[in-house]
Design a binder for this molecule. Structure first.
Ligand code: KIV
Length: 275
């Protein structure tokens, strides 16, 4: 590979440290989930800054009720597909439930797999003060970590459902403490999920690393959505989601048209046959 190629590649890639500069410059960060090569390529060339291989794949790809059953092998596999297509975006692998809570050593080993086998540039894990030493340990292994506080779906059973966090005074204090702990531990950014917008604004002002909001209002340093939700592929979405397309209805219409043409021997026609 020539030096010129290497140089231009480096200039264009979004990196973990570059996101802090974006915050300082007041430039919002865009992040979407992606789980395969095709959508990774589309989102990457559309200029999405960060592609998250979220454990939400448990819901939108596997059809599970929660993210809890997702395995590390599955995240590594999907991360490999996404990183193969992403030439500009930062690729973040979401560490599944049970892969970083048991011991710090295991957390590092599993984070290493996301980088080495998945081709991710960083990992994300859920939790604040309770996960600070684990984040620190992974960062010490030279792996950039994105935190995730507020509504943390892997804690669905503790929270008693997917509930907005930080509405009470104590709850709000906990979210601030969690975000500060994640920053202190060396995370390069933090997802703020399902918190009131005033709290998200306060956290964003309080910490130096970028906040990436989902259901957290407009005052975060960036935004993330699950791709199936924003493309109109999900049956149900929370009220904070905006659908930018209606691909579910379009796909259904295309499938119906195909079934009709096959049934009536209209497809393949002359144009679509070999001679
Ligand atoms: O798994 C996921 O998609 C996530 C985002 C919702 C932030 O964690």
């Amino acid at each position: 590979m020539s030096t010129v190629t290497l140089k231009s590649h480096r200039e264009h890639r979004v990196t973990a440290p570059s996101l802090a500069c974006r915050k300082r410059r007041g430039e919002p960060i865009s992040m979407l989930t992606a789980y395969d090569f095709t959508f990774s390529r589309i989102f990457d060339s559309a200029g999405v800054d960060v592609l998250l291989v979220g454990d939400s794949l448990g819901n939108v790809v596997q059809g599970q009720d929660t993210t809890l059953p997702v395995t590390l092998d599955e995240i590594v596999y999907h991360t490999r597909l996404v990183s193969r297509a992403a030439s500009r975006a930062l690729v973040v692998a979401d560490m599944p439930f049970g892969t970083y809570q048991i011991s710090e050593e295991e957390a590092v080993r599993n984070a290493v797999r996301c980088i080495k086998e998945g081709g991710a540039h960083a990992v994300k894990l859920e939790g604040g003060t309770g996960m600070a030493s684990t984040i620190e340990r992974i960062v010490r292994a030279e792996i950039p970590v994105m935190g995730h506080v507020g509504l943390t779906p892997q804690a669905v059973h503790r929270m008693g459902g997917h509930r907005v966090q930080g509405r009470s005074e104590n709850g709000a204090r906990r979210v601030v403490e969690d975000a500060l702990a994640v920053q202190e531990a060396g995370a390069f950014a933090v997802v703020l999920e399902g918190v009131p917008e005033d709290l998200a604004r306060a956290v964003t002002a309080e910490i130096a690393i970028p906040t990436i909001g989902i259901g957290a209002g407009v005052h975060c340093d960036g935004q993330v959505l699950v791709m199936h939700d924003m493309l109109g592929l999900s049956d149900w979405t929370p009220s904070f989601v905006k659908a930018y397309a209606n691909l579910g209805a379009q796909a259904a219409q295309a499938a119906r048209a195909y079934v009709d043409e096959v049934t009536h021997r209209k497809f393949p026609d002359e144009e679509h046959s070999y001679r």
